[in-house]
Design a protein around this ligand. Structure first.
Ligand SMILES: Nc1ncnc2c1ncn2[C@@H]1O[C@H](COP(=O)(O)OP(=O)(O)O)[C@@H](O)[C@H]1O
Ligand SMILES: [Mg+2]
Length: 264
């Protein structure tokens, strides 16, 4: 077992060196966060499990190093993968508890070590549920401990740009409608509200939108689901209004209409 551990640690080291060599603009702060992974036994153990299961074959790049998670690019038997690692020691636990209210799938847990894997599982299940109702989200592939493995959106380790980073959408009107339609499907058919939707959590790949970062999505029974829905709609419509100067529907009216569909 110990030598297997070392192998994963080596992989992480290699990952960091590769990004440095290729000048993938990995910042010192990110470098440090990824380095920490090698010292986090639980994460190393989960990575090991993923390699042993045959889900993961290689780790290739560091895509993003956020406060609560790291996203790596990797490879599996069917091609490129995105690997989202929830960071055990820095995560925001209060947030977890606030979002899980009213979700019968997840009993309240207060133990730090149990919460993070649950958070990864929650994102996995939300992705699955959203795909089932045909919302454009990455295909979930596996969840092991604090690690979620999903379809990679992009190519050759380079993630697709975020909506925020794109300046020349061909048909912004149509693009906005497609996102609004997905919000509707999620709400009406999937019983879910994203809760953190904005130009930062939508990727643009091959002229299509991909909604990501669904760990905090709440069920429509959540006491705040309507206000989250409204906020999602406000952020998305106001982004399109500002960046593309198009007329957008009134978010409040959209939210009310959706809530009505749900009532009958
Ligand atoms: N499936 C994916 N394929 C490619 N890149 C991804 C994927 N999921 C996330 N990313 C990249 O990682 C970044 C962080 O992921 P996200 O789920 O938004 O986590 P957080 O915002 O909590 O750090 C995204 O902005 C995106 O660039
Ligand atoms: Mg995000």
């Amino acid at each position: 077992m110990p030598d297997k551990f070392e192998k994963i640690e080596e992989q992480i080291e290699r990952l960091l060196e590769r990004d440095r060599e290729k000048e993938k603009r990995i910042k010192d702060e990110e470098y440090y966060k990824v380095r920490q992974l090698a010292f986090d036994n639980r994460t190393v153990r989960s990575l090991l499990k993923l390699f042993n299961k045959g889900v993961l074959e290689d780790l290739t790049w560091v895509i993003s190093a956020g406060k609560e998670s790291l996203v790596l690019a990797g490879r599996g038997p069917e091609g490129e993968l995105a690997i989202k690692i929830y960071r055990i020691y820095t995560a925001n636990f209060k947030k977890y508890l606030d979002y899980i209210i009213g979700d019968h799938r997840f009993p309240p847990v207060r133990d730090r070590d149990k919460i993070i894997p649950l958070w990864a599982k929650k994102e996995f299940r939300n992705l699955k549920r959203l795909r089932d109702v045909e919302v454009n989200v990455p295909r979930p592939i596996d969840v092991t401990g604090n690690i979620l493995v999903m379809q990679f959106i992009g190519e050759e380790g380079v993630p697709a740009p975020l909506l925020k980073e794109v300046v020349d959408l061909e048909n912004p009107r149509q693009f906005l409608d497609a996102i609004l339609n997905d919000i509707r499907k999620a709400y009406v058919d999937g019983d879910l509200v994203h809760g953190d939707l904005s130009e930062y959590n939508v990727m643009v790949w091959r002229s299509k939108h991909w909604i990501i970062d669904v760990s905090q999505a709440v069920v429509t029974a959540h006491p705040l689901s309507f206000s989250f829905l409204l906020r999602d709609l406000e952020r998305i419509t106001s982004f399109f209004k500002k960046r593309y100067r198009i007329e957008v529907p009134d978010p409040y009216k959209l939210a009310e209409d959706l809530a009505k569909v749900k009532e009958v």
